[in-house]
Design a protein around this ligand. Sequence first.
Ligand SMILES: Nc1ncnc2c1ncn2[C@@H]1O[C@H](COP(=O)(O)OP(=O)(O)OP(=O)(O)O)[C@@H](O)[C@H]1O
Length: 297
Amino acid sequence: METAIRTRRLTKRYRTRPALQDLDLEVPRNVVFGYLGPNGAGKTTTIRLLAGLLRPSAGSAEILGRDTVRRREEAQRHIGYLPGDFAVYRDLTGEQYLRFIGNLRGGVDRSFVDHLAKRLDLDRSVRVGGLSHGNRQKLGIIQAFMHRPDVLILDEPTAGLDPLIQREFLGLVREARDEGRTVFLSSHILDEVEAVADMVAILRHGRLVVVESVENLKARAVRRIDLVFEGPPPVAALRAVPAVREARSTGHTAHLVVEGSMAGLLAVAAPHGVEHVVTHEPNLEEIFVRYYTTGKV
Ligand SMILES: Nc1ncnc2c1ncn2[C@@H]1O[C@H](COP(=O)(O)OP(=O)(O)OP(=O)(O)O)[C@@H](O)[C@H]1O
């Protein structure tokens, strides 16, 4: 499998303080990669290093095999970058800005720019200075996508977007992936990462805590399950099942919080006469919160 982004012991210190420490990442091509972490974890620092805008204090980063320091311009030619604090000349209209950037990139497909603006519902005739924060963010997204780069590096792309536009944006991300591109996006919003990412990494205090496919994380995630019994639920027996983290009952229903495989639980419950099973979607949030706060599962 070809690698879109690779970092080796990538480290950035501001004065002596490490913002990012020994990051080893390998992002395959053709995936959506969610980059998560609490405030100050080092996400923006990583993204700026990948975009070739910061020099590492140690270690290295590559975009499609091009080192972001030694072959910086080549690496940059393959990326579309949305900074976390996207800002442009206020006097230009959206249209003028996109034309300007498009020309710098040697020309882009105008019909694709029109398509993006339509999808995100952006009026390009308005001066940037007169655009709301969310509309400015749309402009930032368009300039990142419009030259159809191989690798999209997006810092908090949905910040300021309303829910309908967020959904449209996630559609664009999926389409980019389906066309063979790679999307690396940082986010605080777990739902959107869960909805769109194939893999996620969690960063904490400048260090990588975990890299995992969303599928595997979900398999390990916490699930809420209600079992409806013919008679009173065998709460003590259910509590004794290793995967069961919480168990309580109301009437004939046992309300359980289960982590991992349900096989053991069903073996214990079945002989007691289960009439009905209701499983709720696994909740990634709990597992993420634990990673964020303790750094372990
Ligand atoms: N230019 C700078 N000079 C000094 N310290 C900095 C600089 N930029 C970032 N830092 C520090 O580096 C650490 C990582 O910051 P970074 O912006 O990468 O985090 P983040 O994960 O993007 O956070 P957020 O979610 O709040 O945007 C923080 O402790 C921050 O204060």
